[in-house]
Design a protein around this ligand. Structure first.
Ligand code: ADP
Ligand code: MG
Length: 295
C-alpha cells in the first residue's frame, strides 16, 4: 500500500490524487448479443474517462448493461466496436492489473480465508510485492478478518465473505479495481459496514476504482464521480462530480449537497425508465432503484 500519506490530505490543498495511479478510457464502445433478427444491442456508443486515483461509480437500472460493461473492462469479452485503454494500452483479455469483484462469491469453499487470498499469486508464481505470506496476513487484518484467517468461506458471514474477496483482489496490487454490485444481497447493516470498510481502504491509497451499483444512496456515498447510464442500449447520460469531503461519513448523506446530487441523478434515471416503460425489465429495474432511495 503506497502513498497513504499525501493521498489522505484535502483536495483543497491542490494535491494531485491521481499521481502514480492508472487511468482508463473507453472510446465509443458498443456490444450486442445474438444473431441478426434477435440481435440485442446492450451497449450503445459508450465513452467514458475513468480518472486516475478516483472512485468512479457507475449507476443504472438493472438490465441496462452494467455487468456487460464490467465484462468488457475485465477482458472477459471483447467490444464489437470501440476501444478500452488502460494507461494508453488496449485491453485485449483478462489480466491481473484489472481485478474484478462480483456480487457472487468466488471464494473456494475448500480453502481457508488465508488460502483463498494467496491462491492466485501462488498459482501464477508471479508475486512481486515481497513476502506473500506476510502481505496476505496484513491484508486479512486490514479487512477485519484476523480471527477468521483459518476459517472456511461457509463459516463466514456474507459481509465477511465480501471482505475476504476484497483482500483476494487487492493482494494482486491491481492498477484498477472494478466492483460489480459487490454488496448487493447483504442486509442493510452489513451493507453500511461494508461501504465504510471499502471506503477506508480506498481513501488510504486511492487506487483507481470503478464501482457499479443500482443503488443511488450507495453511489453518492462512495463516489468522486457518478456516471449515470441510460437505458439499454447503455450510453453515458451524465457525469456528476460528487464534491462531498473525504473521509466520508454517513452524516454527509443528509446534507443539502447530497440531496441535490440525488435529485439530479434520480431525475435522469426516472426519465430513462419512462422512455421504455413498456419494457417490463427496465421498469422493474427502475422500481428497484427507486424503492431503495428511502424517502
Ligand atoms: N452473454 C450474454 N448473452 C446474451 N445476452 C446477454 C449476455 N450478457 C448480457 N446479456 C443481456 O444484456 C442485457 C444487460 O445485461 P447486464 O449487463 O447483466 O445488465 P445489468 O448488469 O445492468 O443488470 C440484458 O438484457 C441481458 O439479457
Ligand atoms: Mg449486473
Amino acid at each position: 500500500m503506497t502513498d497513504a500519506g499525501p493521498a489522505n490530505m484535502a483536495a483543497s490543498e491542490g494535491i494531485d490524487f491521481g499521481a502514480g495511479q492508472s487511468r482508463m478510457e473507453l472510446k465509443n464502445v458498443s456490444k450486442g448479443y445474438g444473431e441478426e433478427w434477435e440481435f440485442d444491442q446492450v451497449l450503445g456508443n459508450l465513452s467514458l474517462e475513468v480518472e486516475a486515483g478516483m472512485l468512479t461509480v457507475v449507476v443504472g437500472p438493472s438490465g441496462c448493461g452494467k455487468s456487460t460493461l464490467v465484462n468488457l473492462i475485465a477482458g472477459f469479452e471483447t467490444p464489437d466496436t470501440g476501444t478500452i485503454l488502460l494507461d494508453g494500452s488496449e485491453v485485449t483479455g483478462p489480466g491481473k492489473e484489472r481485478m474484478v469483484v462480483f456480487q457472487e462469491t468466488a471464494l473456494m469453499p475448500w480453502q481457508t480465508t488465508y488460502e483463498n487470498i494467496v491462491f492466485g499469486p501462488k498459482l501464477r508464481g508471479d508475486y512481486q510485492g515481497g513476502n506473500l505470506e506476510a502481505e496476505a496476513v496484513k491484508l486479512i487484518e486490514k479487512v477485519g478478518l484476523a480471527d477468521f484467517k483459518d476459517k472456511y468461506p461457509l463459516q463466514l458471514s456474507g459481509g465477511m465473505q465480501r471482505r475476504a474477496e476484497l483482500a483476494r483482489a487487492l493482494i494482486n496490487e491491481p492498477r484498477i479495481m472494478i466492483m460489480d454490485e459487490p454488496f448487493r444481497g447483504l442486509d442493510a447493516m452489513s451493507r453500511e459496514l461494508m461501504q465504510e470498510f471499502f471506503l477506508k481502504i480506498f481513501e488510504e491509497n486511492r487506487r483507481t476504482q470503478i464501482f457499479v451499483t443500482s443503488e443511488i444512496d450507495e453511489a453518492i456515498f462512495l463516489a468522486d464521480r457518478l456516471v449515470v447510464l441510460s437505458n439499454k442500449p447503455a450510453e453515458v447520460r451524465t457525469v456528476i462530480d460528487i464534491d462531498l469531503p473525504r473521509p466520508r461519513d454517513f452524516k454527509m448523506m443528509s446534507s443539502p449537497e447530497a440531496y441535490r446530487y440525488k435529485s439530479e441523478a434520480m431525475e435522469i434515471l426516472h426519465e430513462e425508465a419512462m422512455k421504455s416503460f413498456s419494457d417490463s425489465a427496465s421498469a422493474s429495474g427502475f422500481m428497484e432503484v427507486y424503492a431503495k432511495t428511502g424517502d
